[in-house]
Design a binder for this molecule. Structure first.
Ligand SMILES: [Zn+2]
Length: 154
């Protein structure tokens, strides 16, 4: 998705407005970022605990904009920018879809990110997530149906 289209869509669908409102309510300072994404630095609320999170085309961070724009954080910046593209596509539906995906991931692995489709598509490693194996009971359920049908009477 073109960065201009992303910026425009997140403005029109209201998610960037929500991000700016959250930045203002939390006392964060909004700075120009890169590729049409704004950075709200100095976010200090306890929730979410992450160093960075994105709402519309606004990346809210506990650190500074310079910290996030440093070339050592390129992957993290791209990860958060891909979330902005997800907001451009889904608009406010991003939130229920994201939380459902967190629940799904947690049920499967005990991690909110590992099997979360939004985090996977944004790039797990870039967001600081690691692959996690399925929980043992889930791994049994996920086995092929043929294996389960093999035992007669069960
Ligand atoms: Zn993420």
């Amino acid at each position: 998705m073109h960065t201009r289209a992303r910026t425009l869509l997140t403005a029109v669908n209201g998610t960037t407005g929500a991000g700016l409102l959250l930045a203002w309510l939390s006392g964060a300072t909004v700075r120009r970022g890169r590729d049409g994404v704004l950075i709200a630095e100095g976010y200090a609320r306890r929730v979410p605990a992450a160093t960075c999170f994105t709402v519309g085309s606004v990346i809210l961070t506990r650190r500074t904009a310079d910290w996030l724009l440093d070339e050592r954080r390129t992957e993290l910046f791209h990860h958060e920018s891909r979330h902005a593209a997800q907001y451009a596509t889904l608009g406010p539906l991003f939130w229920p879809a994201y939380w459902a995906s967190c629940g799904w991931s947690y049920a499967l692995t005990g991690s909110y990110g590992a099997r979360n489709t939004f985090e996977r598509r944004a790039g797990l490693a870039g967001g600081g997530y690691v692959e996690k194996p399925l929980r043992p009971w889930m791994a049994r359920v996920a086995r092929s149906p043929g294996q389960r049908r093999a035992r007669p009477g069960s």
